[in-house]
Design a binder for this molecule. Sequence first.
Ligand SMILES: Nc1ncnc2c1ncn2[C@@H]1O[C@H](COP(=O)(O)OP(=O)(O)OP(=O)(O)O)[C@@H](O)[C@H]1O
Length: 247
Amino acid sequence: MLEARNLSKRYDGASAPALDRLNLTVEPGEVFCLLGPNGAGKTTTVNLFLGFLEPTDGEALVCGIDSAQDPLGARAKLAYIPETVTLYGALTGLENLAYFTEVSGAPTPSSELPPLLLAAGLPEEAATRPVRFYSKGMRQKVGVAIALARRAQALVLDEPTSGLDPLAANEFAALIEKLRREGMAVLMVTHDLFLAKQCGARIGIMAGGKLATVFGADDVDHLGLERAYLDLFRTGEIERRVAGEAA
Ligand SMILES: Nc1ncnc2c1ncn2[C@@H]1O[C@H](COP(=O)(O)OP(=O)(O)OP(=O)(O)O)[C@@H](O)[C@H]1O
């Protein structure tokens, strides 16, 4: 489970907080998508969960562990997939998976690793090819396989499908849905409304460091979500929500 409690961050010298009293819970088996314009505070939120930043106030909890107090403990429960998964180009997919699993300290035996690459949607022959020959979508799938091998209970993603073609993005969304069904708590930052709708059980829109509103994915269709998002900003409703009590 991922939980933000009054989570706040003001960078040194900044006139306003980048994140202002965020309250958010992502339950096991739930996907929460965070949307919002550039500078809304999404990546700050991710970095606070990862323990890369210290909050000015409040807490970021991963399975009950405070990321600021015990970043290693929190990260042991948490997998992270950034916009581009960093892998060793000279190593094969399987070797990368084995390496990152070992350094994470996860007890997954090496015999269990090849099926995880398949479960992440990589073709069998890819496992033994150096990843410098992989497409971006294939690299992101290795990231998913690493999350599976680490037996992470929560997953944080920051723009994971940026630069993927629609087919690859669609496959990635299906993978996230699979992880959700297996009980993972997933927090995904994205600018892709279509992806958010596709995998988001709940969709939150941030602005000015606050969670301005939350939609249930079932409450809006794809076009409805785009319209609702644009209307929030075009009508000034977002400022009213941010100025008042946010969602
Ligand atoms: N290291 C930093 N030092 C100072 N200010 C920062 C730092 N990182 C981010 N900020 C500021 O904090 C605010 C929130 O930034 P953040 O990167 O969290 O936004 P974001 O929603 O992820 O944006 P994007 O969609 O562009 O990635 C912005 O005003 C940004 O300029």
